[in-house]
Design a protein around this ligand. Structure first.
Ligand SMILES: Nc1nc2c(c(=O)[nH]1)N[C@H]1C(S)=C(S)[C@@H](COP(=O)(O)OP(=O)(O)OC[C@H]3O[C@@H](n4cnc5c(=O)[nH]c(N)nc54)[C@H](O)[C@@H]3O)O[C@H]1N2
Ligand SMILES: Nc1nc2c(c(=O)[nH]1)N[C@H]1C(S)=C(S)[C@@H](COP(=O)(O)OP(=O)(O)OC[C@H]3O[C@@H](n4cnc5c(=O)[nH]c(N)nc54)[C@H](O)[C@@H]3O)O[C@H]1N2
Ligand SMILES: [Mo]
Length: 725
């Protein structure tokens, strides 16, 4: 049977009611498919509703659990008001148009009077706030779904300059999961026609088939390099003054800043080399090459997940404006090649069937990465996007489809923050660390255990996604859970329909005239979607004369709210005082063999572990200085916390830089040794916002110290269910 996840569409077989195989015929299939068989019936699955009693959980009947949840929701909304319920529930949950965890939760909470929501995302939260000021709000959205395409790059681009490389493993994932994984073949085509330069602290960030030239740049210093590139364009007469005059505002302020007329510091290649460690001559030569042909500048999302994270995005757009090629096919500025598999595939599809969420009457919200701040500082006023927000006093949090113990920074602080709640309700498939921190845990069926419809934005096919096996234990569809809770609270959730009737309804409400009715769609296993080719939807028209949605209608290189791009020194980088004690810059990036923390217990993810924990990559010089070999266990410490990891030595890194993937399950079972003995990087990261403007996560970077761990290595207990009675 065919099924879909954010990591792709694949085939599963069953044997005796269990999933026995999962595979894909695609040559570029995601390794994460290899987690499915071992993960779906793993001992960490949650079998029954459970309620916390001290350090243990007590299993209860569904009736008892639902009465309890309904009672708590009712108590909190009547005593404190609906804003005391936090339903932001950030996370990637499961693919599927009907059983989308957040949509269902939000619909339910809207029906009972609303909730405090969260906005923006962990992926590119800084850009989401910055870019509307520079190019317009709709344009920010269009840049995600209709940017320059891989095909235009292959056809037109002489030079692709990518800050953060173009990582193959990240293109395995697309929200909703696509019918076919097409980005690898598109990227290979680019590799045959286009020179690629990858600026990064890791040589292997760039997809091997791109045959990219590598310029080593220390993490969090790209803005300096970009400003220096602009400096060269200005002083060597390579800037496109006409484009700047007709299509931008603020270029003069940028010019004065870059030349050092404002602060006495000219942003020369020599200046940038001191900061970034990229050689000045290389930066100067790159500027000339960029001006000599058709050039596209790409910034991966990770660059903006750091302190002042909006600056590299701002500086890259500014650099592209000085080059003057914005809006030409395959040229200008892009933000997402190598970050997501559906980016720049060059086709837009129709809208997709959606489960309606209704309206939330509560106005309160937070930027999603401010969860701990909100819980720790109710009533506090905080700047955000040029205005002031007040944190509501939240008493109950309801999480479905996300794992804050995966996604949020500084887990010690998150634990303290969550402990201030009266009630923490979690829907989960597995006993994740978040489930283990809940007061009430409701077990839910996985994507393999319910009927759904699958597709992602721009997909070539809408797929029927039939249930493959029965729900595990007593786990249930979330649809059923909300229907039951709603009836206890005297409201309507399901409009008298069950989930299979709703599946038909969202399909029929969506169905274009020429598409078959639901029964035929389901029988055929899917329906091909029309694919509309487009060309850079934002900038092609803009270059030709249509204004952007900014106050000036032009690209705002100097904006009333955001100022202009500038180098702002972060507190965590190799040049900061803290680097004396914490002398390695750790990159915390996306895992190759799983999606975030999902199915970390599965075979593919476990095959990457070293000494049974999450690997840390170290440069040979850094390893030698510490007497470390591949396979050793190390203690990794930051100012926030500590973890155990397994060493991998690799010369693809710059010296002074280490790298770990996110997503190992938080394991606090031996606190006398480390905060996490399994290697979850978020015990190390700092819970500090990108900036008062954007208030996004800065989790991509943290300074750490690494030493050999010679003590007895504790067993990993992260995947064991908690003790239950
Ligand atoms: N340090 C650092 N931290 C980061 C990042 C980083 O680069 N560095 N990256 C950030 C980014 S970009 C992101 S997007 C976030 C991702 O953070 P999350 O999206 O929270 O991570 P996931 O592991 O995908 O969590 C999804 C959870 O949903 C559960 N689930 C699956 N299906 C269902 C379902 O049908 N119903 C319910 N109720 N649950 C389900 C899974 O078991 C899993 O626990 O992490 C962020 N955190
Ligand atoms: N296999 C897999 N693919 C995924 C995901 C997953 O969990 N697994 N998650 C998906 C999600 S939700 C998202 S948001 C995207 C994220 O997409 P990205 O943010 O692009 O992914 P990362 O792997 O975090 O970072 C990519 C590279 O950026 C580099 N980098 C980090 N900081 C800097 C810096 O300051 N300067 C420079 N020049 N380079 C830097 C790192 O070397 C890193 O390898 O990935 C998506 N794709
Ligand atoms: Mo993300």
């Amino acid at each position: 049977m065919e099924t879909s996840a954010h990591w792709g569409t694949y085939w599963v077989e069953t044997d005796g009611g269990e999933v026995s195989s999962a595979r894909s015929a695609e040559p570029d299939a995601a390794p994460a498919i290899g987690n499915v068989v071992s993960g779906n019936r793993h001992r960490s699955r949650i079998a029954r509703p459970a309620v916390r009693r001290g350090d243990e959980f007590v299993e209860v009947s569904w009736d008892a659990a639902l009465d309890l949840v309904a009672g708590e929701l009712d108590r909190v909304r009547s005593e404190f008001g609906n804003q005391a319920i936090f339903g932001g529930s950030y996370g990637w949950g499961s693919a599927g148009r009907l059983h989308h965890a957040q949509s269902q939760l939000h619909r339910f909470l809207n029906r009972i009077g609303g909730y405090t929501r969260s906005i923006n995302d962990y992926s590119r939260g800084a850009s989401q706030v910055l870019l509307p000021h520079l190019i317009g709000a709709q344009e920010m959205l269009d840049m995600r779904h209709k940017p320059t395409s891989w095909a235009d790059i292959a056809e037109h681009t002489d030079l692709l300059v990518s800050f953060g490389g173009v990582r193959r493993s990240n293109t395995w994932v697309a929200p909703g999961g696509h019918a076919r994984h097409t980005s690898s073949e598109r990227i290979r085509a680019v590799g045959r026609t286009t020179r690629v330069v990858s600026l990064s602290a890791q040589r292997d960030d760039a997809f091997a088939d791109l045959d990219a030239e590598w310029i080593g740049v220390m993490p969090a210093t790209d803005t300096a390099v970009m400003l220096a590139l602009i400096h060269v364009l200005i002083v060597d007469g390579l800037a496109d003054d006409e484009f700047l005059a007709t299509h931008t505002v603020g270029a003069e302020q940028v010019r004065r800043y870059v030349l050092g007329e404002v602060d006495g510091v000219p942003k020369t290649p020599e200046w940038a080399a001191e900061i970034s460690q990229a050689p000045a001559g290389v930066i100067r030569a790159l500027a000339h090459r960029m001006a000599a042909g058709r050039t596209l500048i790409n910034v991966v999302y990770a660059l903006q997940r750091g302190e002042n994270g909006e600056q590299p995005v701002f500086a890259a757009l500014t650099l592209a404006a000085f080059l003057g090629q914005i809006g030409l096919p395959g040229a200008g500025f892009a933000h997402g090649f190598g970050s997501m598999g559906d980016y720049g595939v060059g086709v837009a599809g129709p809208g997709l069937p959606t489960f309606p969420q209704g309206v939330n009457p509560v106005p309160d919200f937070i930027p999603c990465a401010r969860i701990s701040d909100m819980l720790l500082h109710p009533g506090e006023k905080v700047p955000y996007n040029g205005r002031t927000l007040t944190y509501p006093d939240v008493k109950l949090a309801y999480w479905a489809g996300g794992n804050p113990f995966h996604h949020h920074q500084d887990l010690r602080r998150l634990r303290t923050a969550l402990s201030r709640l009266d009630t923490f309700v979690v829907h989960e498939t597995h006993w994740t660390p978040t489930a283990k921190h809940a007061d009430i845990v409701l077990p839910v069926a996985t994507t393999l255990e319910r009927d759904d419809i699958a597709a992602g934005a721009g997909d070539s096919r809408l797929r029927a996604m039939p249930r493959v096996v029965a729900p595990f234990g007593e786990s249930r569809e979330e649809f059923w859970i909300y229907t039951e809770l709603a009836s206890r609270l005297g409201v309507d959730f399901a409009e008298g329909l069950d989930s299979s009737q709703w599946l038909e309804r969202i399909y029929e409400e969506w169905r274009p005239e020429d598409a078959p009715p639901f029964a035929a769609f389901w029988r055929d296993g899917g329906l091909d979607l029309p694919q509309e080719p487009y060309r850079d939807a934002v900038f092609t028209a803009f270059r030709a004369g249509s204004p952007l949605g900014t106050p000036s209608g032009r690209i705002e290189l100097d904006s009333a709210v955001a100022g202009h791009a500038r180098w702002r020194e972060p507190t965590q980088w190799w040049g900061s005082p803290l680097a004396e004690e914490f002398d390695l810059h750790l990159l915390c990036n996306q895992p190759t063999h799983r999606l975030h923390s999902q199915l970390d217990m599965g075979d593919a993810s476990q095959s990457t572990k070293v000494a049974g924990r999450e690997p840390i990559r170290l440069h040979p010089e850094d390893a030698a200085r510490r007497g470390l070999s591949t396979g050793d266990v190390v203690l990794v410490r930051s100012a926030q916390g500590s973890l155990l990891a397994g060493v991998v030595i690799s010369d693809v890194l710059l010296p002074g830089v280490a790298q770990m993937h996110t997503g190992a399950w938080f394991d606090p079972s031996a606190p006398e040794i480390a905060d996490c003995v399994n290697g979850n990087v978020n015990v190390l990261t700092r819970d500090v916002a990108t900036s008062p403007l954007t208030q996004a996560t800065s989790g991509a970077h943290v300074l750490v110290a690494v030493t050999r761990y010679d003590g007895p290595v504790p067993p990993v207990q992260a995947y064991d269910p908690p003790s239950t009675r």
